[in-house]
Design a protein around this ligand. Structure first.
Ligand SMILES: [Zn+2]
Length: 404
């Protein structure tokens, strides 16, 4: 039995509890949440806020070896240009794995318990099997060559089957509106619709829209110069190449959304009731010095979740650092709302709302302490930091496995 108390407990449901106390049994399952009335000797009291474990709704663990390798860009096309100039030879397997292990350990230290992770290879699977973190592996379809689509899908299906055989949740997903031929997009969407979940990069910059509306712009020029086949000019913004292909029942994660308009938002949410808008503000700043439309989405009461993106475009894999960025720029958004984005909404986006995202009786979702909070105004400060206090379900399983 453990009693953990702090100045506030944010459960993810309802209002924050001042001087809240959480009681856990020996299995780390919450048996009671209440208000601290009399502090007993066994009560652990912490300065700050308690919340459930964070959900990183968008990451690319495989790209961890690119930490500090790519220069900040002014435009997505610059970033893609830099990525395509990286030597074709992948890093040595041990080097890539060491970088992924360090990234996984960093996320654990940051209180992250579940991740939606984009995969192009099987490189991360052995690590994910052992990790304390729950990963959903999104096996990413990308390729503009129509003729190569069938072979690409065959490879992706095999990769997905390999992950599932290793006991890892996995599903095929398209990369973005601009990077797939019609044939590959149709096939990848079909697979995602059948899996009931997808994660797609959406409108990461306005040149993505320009590519489809007018067949010009920085992305167009990059593809043309590289000799890539160009996606069709539809006269519509990028998001409309995706929407009609997604089944309404799918849990869709739309990632970035920097160049999303209000009309795009309205039409997307009309079609997709289970859509989550994943924001990665620190990556957006690195890739295009851009800011996601937080105010629009907040005003619309959108379901928002938080992603770190990869270490190719971010210096940290910390959900709290993303919240701090949003809080600095949009100080009117209450901390309670920010924490819902980082916990409950991310868990629901991955279809894991029963397991993670909330502190409630019977839950074992991890407990994270946020220290150095402005408790007077209930807001994050530049020095706020996350510290995991209690392990979540998968962590326990892993630890037991390792002790065998
Ligand atoms: Zn990404």
């Amino acid at each position: 039995m453990r009693h953990i108390a702090a100045h506030y407990v944010f459960t993810g449901i309802g209002n924050p509890i001042p001087m809240g106390v959480i009681t856990l049994n020996d299995e780390h399952v919450i048996t009671e949440i209440g208000v601290l009335t009399d502090e007993t000797e066994s009560t652990e009291f912490y300065n700050g806020i308690l919340t459930s474990g964070f959900i990183n709704a968008h990451c690319h663990l495989e790209l961890s070896y690119l930490r500090n390798q790519l220069k900040p860009c002014v435009e997505l096309a610059d970033f893609i240009g830099q990525m395509t100039k990286i030597p074709r030879r992948p890093p040595a397997a041990n080097e890539a794995l060491a970088a992924m292990c360090a990234a996984d350990a960093e996320m654990q230290r940051e209180g992250i318990v579940a991740v939606g992770d984009i995969c192009n290879t099987a490189g991360s699977f052995p690590l994910k099997r052992r990790s304390a973190i729950y990963y959903h592996s999104f096996i990413e379809a990308v390729g503009l060559d129509e003729i190569a689509a069938a072979a690409a899908m065959q490879r992706l299906r095999q990769l997905c089957a390999d992950a599932q055989q290793a006991g890892l949740p996995a599903s095929i997903t398209p990369h973005a509106a601009y990077s797939l031929s019609d044939a590959l997009l149709d096939a990848a969407m079909d697979a995602a619709n059948r899996a009931g979940i997808l994660s797609v990069h959406n409108q990461e910059c306005d040149t993505e829209n320009e590519l489809f509306t007018a067949g010009r712009g920085a992305l167009h020029d990059l593809f043309a110069a590289a000799g890539f086949p160009l996606p069709p000019v539809t006269g519509q913004r990028a998001i409309y190449r995706l929407l009609p292909r997604i089944a309404p029942s799918v849990r869709a994660l739309f990632v970035h959304n920097v160049a999303l308009s209000e009309d795009d938002y309205d039409r997307a949410t009309d079609r997709l009731p289970h859509l989550t808008w994943v924001l990665c503000p620190n990556s957006n700043r690195h890739i295009g010095q851009a800011v996601p439309p937080v105010d629009l989405l907040y005003r619309k009461n959108a379901r928002i979740a938080i992603g770190t993106d990869s270490l190719a475009s971010n210096s940290r894999l910390s959900v709290l650092e993303e919240l701090k960025s949003i809080s600095r720029r949009f100080p009117h958004i209450p901390l309670q709302t920010l924490l819902q984005w980082a916990t409950v909404n991310g868990a629901a986006a991955l279809g894991k709302e029963r397991e993670w995202g909330c502190l409630r009786t019977g839950a074992n979702a991890g407990i994270v302490l946020i220290e150095n909070v402005n408790l007077h105004n209930l807001c994050l400060t530049a020095d706020s930091r996350a510290r995991p206090l209690v392990l979540s379900v998968k962590r326990d399983t892993c630890l037991r496995d390792e002790n065998r």
